[in-house]
Design a protein around this ligand. Sequence first.
Ligand SMILES: Nc1ncnc2c1ncn2[C@@H]1O[C@H](COP(=O)(O)OP(=O)(O)OP(=O)(O)O)[C@@H](O)[C@H]1O
Ligand SMILES: [Mg+2]
Length: 221
Amino acid sequence: MIRLQNIAKVYRTTNIETLALNNISMDIAKGEFLSVMGPSGCGKSTLLNIMGLLDDPSKGSIQIANQETGSLNDKQLAKFRNQKLGFIFQSYHLINDLQVLDNVELPLLYRDTTARERKKLASEALEKVGLSNRMKHFPTQLSGGQRQRVAIARAIVGRPEIILADEPTGNLDSAMGNEIMDILINLNQKEGTTIVMVTHDENMARKTHRLVRLFDGSQVS
Ligand SMILES: Nc1ncnc2c1ncn2[C@@H]1O[C@H](COP(=O)(O)OP(=O)(O)OP(=O)(O)O)[C@@H](O)[C@H]1O
Ligand SMILES: [Mg+2]
């Protein structure tokens, strides 16, 4: 489903060069649930952003669902990303002046859907994460765990084949973290969604199919 070949990422600021990723190659199968661990600054978010086509690698190639992504122009890339990929960020990235339902609808705005269809799909996604009773709330009126569930609803509303999650349980207590994890496991098992999750938590990683460890931009296991 995802094939990375010889990916390198160099960040250049005025006087420092950081090799954030060093020659990473990996294959992630359809339906796989992969976790990525490693110390702070080792390149986990960089890897996820590159996999998610949010950032360009300095070297190497990315194939997603058999599509060589390097050959897509910006417009094609935006469309491809919108259709194939769902993102969950550690800091939720919700829009605070939009109600929960409207936040969840956002990815559908770029698609050919009617307002009525969007409402229906967004309410279904919120139901899956157990938030049907918070659709008219604003994000600031929700707990951290609830916000993260809204972010998950937004990631799944367009039924992407792949979900990329950057420390989705990082800001939550362990009970809430386990609930989020159960939602992801359920998506993976019931809908066959391919999931790549960055985590600091060995207990969460243990629940996934495979663990990749990064150190200083290189894959070490
Ligand atoms: N936009 C940027 N410009 C310059 N350097 C960057 C940039 N983004 C990341 N880096 C550097 O690249 C390296 C990898 O960063 P990255 O955010 O991928 O780490 P991480 O493994 O996700 O860490 P954490 O666990 O703290 O989130 C770090 O050394 C970081 O300082
Ligand atoms: Mg990070």
